[in-house]
Write a protein that binds this ligand. Sequence first.
Ligand SMILES: *[C@@H]1O[C@H](CO)[C@@H](O)[C@H](O)[C@H]1NC(C)=O
Ligand SMILES: *[C@@H]1O[C@H](CO)[C@@H](O)[C@H](O)[C@H]1NC(C)=O
Length: 276
Amino acid sequence: MASKRVILSSLAMVAAAAFVQTGHVAGEDGRSSAFARANGTRFTLAGRPFYSNGFNAYWLMYMASDPAADRSKATAALEEAARLGATLGLDYVIAEAKKDGVHLILSLVNNWDAYGGKKQYVQWARDEGHYLNSDDDFFTSSVTKGFYKNHVKAVLTRVNKLTGVAYRDEPTIFAWELMNEPRCQSDLAGKTLQAWITEMAGYVKSLDPNHMVEIGLEGFYGESTPNRTRQFNPGSYTVGTDFISNNLVPDIDFATIHSYPDQWLLTYLFVQTNGN
Ligand SMILES: *[C@@H]1O[C@H](CO)[C@@H](O)[C@H](O)[C@H]1NC(C)=O
Ligand SMILES: *[C@@H]1O[C@H](CO)[C@@H](O)[C@H](O)[C@H]1NC(C)=O
């Protein structure tokens, strides 16, 4: 199940919509209105409602991998980029998206093993001689948290070679996603993820106050809403996330859920029964 979820998950979501070219006009809150933002239950762009209609291109951030931060991936990333006809990886993708008026949500790491994920960060820490107990130590180890912050800084401060614009100043980026489908099974009460989300959302905003930040949650309820957890989580299952309290972190601009109707239709009895 987990490996299938990775394939289907939204490591990077492309939101296609009419793009209003406005230049950098300061809004009420002092931020440029060229950037997408959340206002109540709506997204706005240039002061007007923004409706998204997108698709999942989970491989985009893979191509963004900084070879210095992720040497083992460099060769494969370049092959992937070449296969797609690109020679400059994510710079090219962002430049093309910008031309086409398409917005991008870019995910900064994967919970799952595909493309390295948190497991690879833990392995790098072990390679440096640090003791880490499990992959969930990704969320608490000062070493892996430092690696993650280095990666975030490398991506956000990168200046796109094609557009000349730093990623953190690029309005075609709709939002940053902290992690694709974070789970922390070793702390189902959710304190570990709540702390990690708070720290990392704050870090992203400290480097980049213009862009929105979302977590990348699948949508599982947690300890703050036990009744919803019992009623709505499949099998009352919990994964160390808390949809409500996680999304109430002040630096989180909007909530996400991931749905897998194809998988659920095939495997979940209640869907088949309801279908009959
Ligand atoms: C948010 O929307 C309200 C109306 O729904 C509007 O009055 C307000 O100016 C908006 N804020 C921003 C920052 O756009
Ligand atoms: C939660 O469920 C319990 C037991 O079913 C019930 O007594 C209680 O009123 C519920 N709480 C809320 C906030 O719905």
